[in-house]
Design a protein around this ligand. Structure first.
Ligand code: SF4
Length: 109
């Protein structure tokens, strides 16, 4: 299952984390939602592969610990999504299609 590219229509903002929005539902530690809006990472799909962290040319992502999550206990958090240059490398390298990038979406929220 890939991230829902229409999550802004299908989900509600549940909380803020490190300056970016988290789209629910969130029920820690098993359900963590989608982090970010311009650069969105579905934490419930992310398995902590790290390709996005290695390959992003402007270091948008940072590791966060997510102990107790069934997929992985590390996630790639779009902590610096404002720096994104829309190259789409992260979308291409993610092995589980957990990332969706849309600059226009950020402007709508
Ligand atoms: S689209 Fe490019 S710049 Fe933006 S987060 Fe992904 S890899 Fe980084």
């Amino acid at each position: 299952m890939a991230i829902d590219p229409s999550f802004e229509e299908n989900r509600e903002v549940a909380e803020e984390h490190e300056g970016h929005e988290v789209w629910g539902p969130v029920e820690e530690p098993e359900t963590l939602g989608i982090h970010g809006t311009h650069v969105a990472v579905d934490f419930d799909i992310c398995l902590g592969d790290g390709a996005c962290i290695d390959d992003c040319p402007v270091d948008v992502f940072e590791w966060v610990d997510t102990p107790g999550h069934p997929e992985s206990e590390l996630k790639a958090d779009p902590a610096n999504e404002d720096q994104c240059i829309d190259c789409m490398i992260c979308v291409d390298v993610c092995p589980v299609d957990a990332i969706d990038v849309d600059a226009g979406r950020a402007g709508r929220h």
